[in-house]
Structures are given as C-alpha cells and as structure tokens.
Write a protein that binds this ligand. Structure first.
Ligand SMILES: Nc1ncnc2c1ncn2[C@@H]1O[C@H](COP(=O)(O)OP(=O)(O)OP(=O)(O)O)[C@@H](O)[C@H]1O
Ligand SMILES: [Mg+2]
Ligand SMILES: [Zn+2]
Length: 284
C-alpha cells in the first residue's frame, strides 16, 4: 500500500461506483490527464515541415505560398512559425495584432483569408524586439506552440523552420507528428549537400521528403520571353532523382515577391510555380 493510503480504509466497490457516478455527471468525457486535455484542443490532420540548408533562400516564402494554396483549395490551413528567433510569417501576411491567451492556452491569429498563424512575433510586446533566447528555451517555445495553442480543426499545418538541420528542426520532428518535409534551396548553393543533409535527418526520423523547391531558379525575361538560368544550370531534377524525391518545383526570381511580402500581401502572390509540391502535400 502506498504511503498516503496507510491510514485510510480500503474503498468498497460501492463507494468507488458512487465516485465514478459523480465524476461522470460533472465531466461527461471523463477526467482527462493534463496531457490528453492539451491534445484535445487541436485536431491537426497533416503536418508539413519546410526546411533549408541556410537562411534567406525562401523558406518563409514557400511556407506562405503553400499555405495560401491549401487555404484556397478549401482546406483548413495553419502555419506554425517555428523560426523563433527570426519570425517573418506574420509580417508577410500583414498580421500585426497580438495573440490572445485563454487560461493556459493561446489562440492563433487568423490572416485575411483565414489561415491560422502562431509566431513568436504575435507574442512579443514589440515586433522588432530581438529574441535572444537560446537552445532549450527555443525548443520549449516550439513545444508550446504545439501543445498550448488552440489550433482547433486543421487539415494542413505548415511549419516554417529556422535554417539548417540543428536543434529546433530536430525538436519539431520529435514533438510534432510531421507527415513530410519540403526542402528549399537556391541554385547558388551546394544543393546536393543541403538535400542530402535534409534527407538524412528525415530518414532518421522516418519522415518522407515530399519534394524540393529550387527558388530563384531562373529569370523569366520580359524582352525575349526565355527563362534565363542566371545562377547557372539547374541540378534540381538530377539531385531529386538521386535521393528519390518525388516532386520538384522551381520558382523564378521575381521582384514582385519581396514587394508583396514586405507589404503583407502574401495572399496575393502568384503560387502557380509550386503546383508539383502542392500536389505532393495533398497526396501525402
Ligand atoms: N524568388 C524570389 N524572387 C525574389 N525575391 C525573393 C524570392 N524568394 C525570396 N525572395 C526574397 O528573399 C528574402 C528571403 O526570403 P525568405 O524570407 O522567404 O527566406 P528564408 O529562407 O525564410 O530566410 P530566413 O532564413 O531569414 O528565415 C525575402 O525578402 C523574399 O521576399
Ligand atoms: Mg524565414
Ligand atoms: Zn532574354
């Protein structure tokens, strides 16, 4: 017998039944453990992580565009901005209000078209306040974004990762039930090294790499109408084939992208270039 029960008489079956009845009356769904209760505030059907080798290659752009496509297709869509120290998703959607807390939980903020967002930017007093948290605290924030945010019913959640294959992406893969990842690279990079690293990490976590995006792949010339591969010939298909990555999309260098992103108009971006990746996500 355990220590606290030492001085207590055994409970009779009758007493136990009485207690069960009282509990059933007050909590129709039974008494949940805190963990279960947390999980039940959200039903997320599909989680897709967007990763890259280095910063500035267009991860947040691809995350935003894929979310816009999913939402337009009638799916209930959410974005978790797991780039805790460099959050940029709210700005791209022109969302500047703060997330509201309810008890121990936080409500996501919706974009103009209804995509649910959670980002460090929605929690900080001032948006441009630098986040100087390190390691474990950052990992803890990502975990809370999953357990404490009232996501509700979500068909597809896109997770914008910080660059690289470090601690935070690992925490995301260990905390969230990720269904697949999308790798973003640019032609200036050693694309094979980046893709192989992402594939290795995904293999380790037994998560499929659904597709790769070569961003800033070419320039659609307004003069001659041709696609100029400014940074050299693309190796995207070759690398994708080598690593068995089923889908490849290419995005052009397009001055309207930073213009719309900076103006908070992500929902007006031309998303046609990501069709292959979108299909891969739908079928995952
Ligand atoms: N195809 C493109 N054509 C023109 N500008 C682009 C293109 N892709 C991205 N950009 C611009 O490059 C910048 C970096 O893009 P983005 O923020 O999506 O990259 P990131 O990988 O998320 O960077 P970070 O590592 O800082 O989070 C942004 O200003 C964006 O508007
Ligand atoms: Mg980013
Ligand atoms: Zn030309």
């Amino acid at each position: 017998m355990s220590k606290q029960n030492q001085n207590m008489p055994e409970m009779t079956q009758e007493q136990q039944d009485k207690i069960d009845t009282i509990i059933a009356k007050n909590a129709p769904n039974g008494l949940k453990k805190p963990e279960e209760e947390k999980k039940s505030i959200s039903k997320v059907k599909k989680v897709i992580g967007v990763v890259s080798g280095k910063g500035g290659v267009g991860k947040s752009l691809v995350t935003s565009m894929l979310a816009v496509m999913c939402q337009k297709a009638g799916l209930k869509t959410a974005i978790m901005d797991a780039d805790i120290t460099g959050p940029s998703i709210p700005m791209m959607f022109g969302v500047h209000e703060k997330a509201i807390g309810i008890g121990e939980n936080i409500c996501p903020v919706a974009t103009k078209t209804g995509i649910k967002l959670m980002s460090m930017n929605l929690l900080l007093e001032q948006e441009n306040q630098p986040v100087i948290w390190r390691g474990p605290v950052i990992g803890g924030a990502v975990k809370q974004f999953w357990t404490d945010v009232i996501w509700g019913d979500v068909d597809v959640m896109l997770v914008d990762m910080p660059p690289g294959t470090g601690d935070v992406p690992l925490t995301v893969f260990q905390t969230l039930p990720v269904n697949g990842i999308v790798v973003v690279s640019s032609p200036q990079e050693l694309v094979e090294m980046i893709v192989s690293k992402a594939v290795n990490m995904a293999d380790l976590m037994k998560i499929p790499v659904l597709g790769m995006v070569e961003n800033m792949s070419y320039f659609q010339c307004p003069d001659c109408g041709k696609k100029h591969e400014i940074f050299g010939k693309s190796r995207a298909e070759e690398v994708a084939a080598k690593y068995n990555i089923p889908a490849v999309s290419k995005l052009p260098i397009d001055p309207s992208i930073p213009a719309k992103g900076d103006a908070g108009l992500a929902e007006e971006l031309d998303t046609d270039g990501l069709k292959e990746i979108f299909d891969a996500i739908i079928n995952a």
